[in-house]
Design a protein. Structure first.
Length: 217
């Protein structure tokens, strides 16, 4: 059955946001007199939402987080959203080509307001209807719960087997499995580090660059 909907994760899939996330986390750690973490280490913490990222960062630094750690992280990150974050190479052209053939959507555990600001700032929002952008702070449980993905399928009027989730982390992989959609794992994303490749099943796709998506549509 042909694909009629591509649903994209944001961080590590549509955009390379690692440096801005790492800079924000390290700024918070520094304010709490905690040692900084390597960007790659922070990249492995991304994917389950900001609260989990903050908790993991403080745990890795060996320091107890203050009670307002999440609010402070979000306030810092709000000032850094677009300092270094950029679409992955070729992604804009890929979205233009896919959008001419299929429906497109975004499913992320990042707060929706920050997601929209990034999409707007990078001129990517033109590829996604407003109601086709689902963040982690909306009415649906965060990934890997399939509710948001299934809602996006229903909105596009497609069955789960006609949709593909494109993501870079085990969280995305489990979300697709839970929803019964197809999955394309972006090996170029920073969430791929530590991905259990041996657990991929036949038919679960892995790509090394965004342009490879065009052969799947």
């Amino acid at each position: 059955m042909s694909l009629r909907l591509f649903v994209f994760d944001l961080d590590g899939t549509l955009v390379d946001s690692l440096r801005d996330l790492a800079d924000s986390a390290n700024a918070l750690l520094a304010a709490c007199e905690a040692p900084p973490l390597e960007d790659t280490a922070i990249g492995r913490m991304v994917g389950d939402g900001a609260a989990t990222l903050v908790a993991r960062a403080f745990s890795a630094a060996g320091v107890l987080p203050p009670v307002d750690a999440l609010d402070r992280f979000l306030a810092i990150y709000e000032t850094k959203l677009l300092d270094h974050t950029r679409p992955y190479e070729g992604m804009t052209d890929v979205l233009a080509a896919l959008g001419a053939r299929t429906s497109l959507a975004v499913l992320t555990n990042k707060p929706r307001a920050a997601t929209v600001r990034i999409l707007d700032g990078l001129d990517l929002s033109r590829f996604f209807a407003d109601e086709a952008i689902v963040g982690g702070d909306g009415p649906f449980s965060r990934k890997p719960d399939p509710a948001g993905l299934l809602q996006l399928c229903a909105r596009a009027g497609v069955g789960a087997d006609e949709a593909m989730l494109v993501g870079d982390s085990p969280v995305d992989w489990r979300t697709a499995r839970n929803a019964g959609t197809r999955i394309c794992v972006a090996r170029y994303g920073f969430g791929f580090r530590g991905f259990p490749q041996t657990e991929l099943s036949e038919g679960e796709t892995v790509i090394d660059r965004p342009a490879e998506l065009l052969s799947l549509a």
